[in-house]
Design a protein. Structure first.
Length: 311
């Protein structure tokens, strides 16, 4: 599980532990989800790259032989491992840091440990990640309102800003595209040959002529090989005038409209704008409903932040 949780939610820790940090490859995918008042039914597939798949298979084999004998002389390796695995699920990353889908995936693994028919090989089972070849012809991968063609699936990192205005609102871009329901996104875009904060400053200038003071890295959304880094910042200036926009997307009429809006930072207002990606909206709404101060949340740029408790 550390193959996706740590690189996504603690990138500085991940980078400090490996000489050549790689993108997370062991990512869970929720295939089906049904929620009622008393029951959650979830079908979750765990994908892993070739290297991690081989490592998991090798470790599972060792647990059935010499390593397992050392851990459990009485022969019941699975019973010995249950409390350790449960502790690892609950302590790798605080659940309050996770997006809704990632938290559900972790709780799913925890629930599996309580099943009488639980077995270590089944619990460790992984599948190779989906590739463009497995997608329907002409299909696309959706990343929270952004369509990515299969040939573009190895995407660069993206950066976005939750820009808080002096009066306590947030700056959003309402997207109106032909044939789609309108939705809202935070300003930002792709990282080129630059560091993240340089990319963020460039995107804010191009999209809304904004200047901002970055406070912290608030949230990291990982999906496959794509990661979005959401920074919390205070905006000093911005503009909705078309003359102040310089991004290439504004010269392409097929991309639809980009409407800058200031939205109150309240639960009701955020619920009304169809903010994408959904996981980001859920993360933000969860903190708003609890009355949390966003500026007091952990800075994910800091390795081993002292405030690592769930909200």
């Amino acid at each position: 599980m550390g193959g996706w949780l740590v690189p996504i939610y603690q990138p500085a820790v991940y980078a400090s532990t490996l000489r050549f940090p790689a993108r997370p490859s062991a990512t869970p995918v929720i295939d089906d989800l049904h929620v009622t008042d008393r029951r959650i039914e979830i079908d979750c597939t765990w994908h892993a790259g070739a290297g991690r798949h081989a490592a998991i298979a090798a470790l599972t084999h060792r647990l059935g032989s010499d390593l397992g004998s050392a851990l459990a002389p009485d022969g019941d390796v699975e019973a010995t491992l249950r409390p350790f695995l449960a502790l690892r699920i609950l302590s790798v990353i605080p659940l309050g840091w996770l997006s809704g889908p990632h938290a559900l995936a972790c709780l799913t693994k925890l629930a599996e440990l309580t099943q009488p028919a639980w077995s270590l090989p089944g619990w460790c089972a992984t599948c190779p990640p989906a590739s463009a070849a497995t997608l329907p012809a002409g299909g696309c991968l959706c990343h929270g309102g952004q369509e990515t063609r299969p040939e573009e699936s190895s995407m660069t990192d993206r950066v976005r800003a939750l820009l808080v205005t002096p009066d306590g609102g947030i700056l959003t871009i309402r997207r109106i595209r032909p044939g789609q329901e309108p939705y809202s996104v935070l300003p930002g875009g792709g990282v080129e040959e630059e560091d993240h904060q340089t990319a963020l400053a460039r995107e804010l200038r191009e999209e809304i002529a904004a200047t901002a003071d970055v406070h912290s890295l608030l949230y990291i959304l990982g999906q496959g090989s794509d990661r979005q880094y959401i920074y919390l910042a205070r905006s000093r200036s911005w503009s909705a005038s078309p003359q102040d926009r310089s991004g290439p997307e504004f010269t392409d009429p097929t991309r639809g409209d980009y409407q800058l809006r200031v939205v109150p930072l309240t639960t009701q207002a955020v619920e009304s704008i169809n903010l994408k990606p959904d996981a980001l909206a859920e993360f933000l709404l969860n903190h708003l409903r609890h009355g949390d101060d966003l500026f007091a949340l952990p800075d994910l740029q800091t390795a081993g932040s002292p405030s690592q408790s769930s909200p």
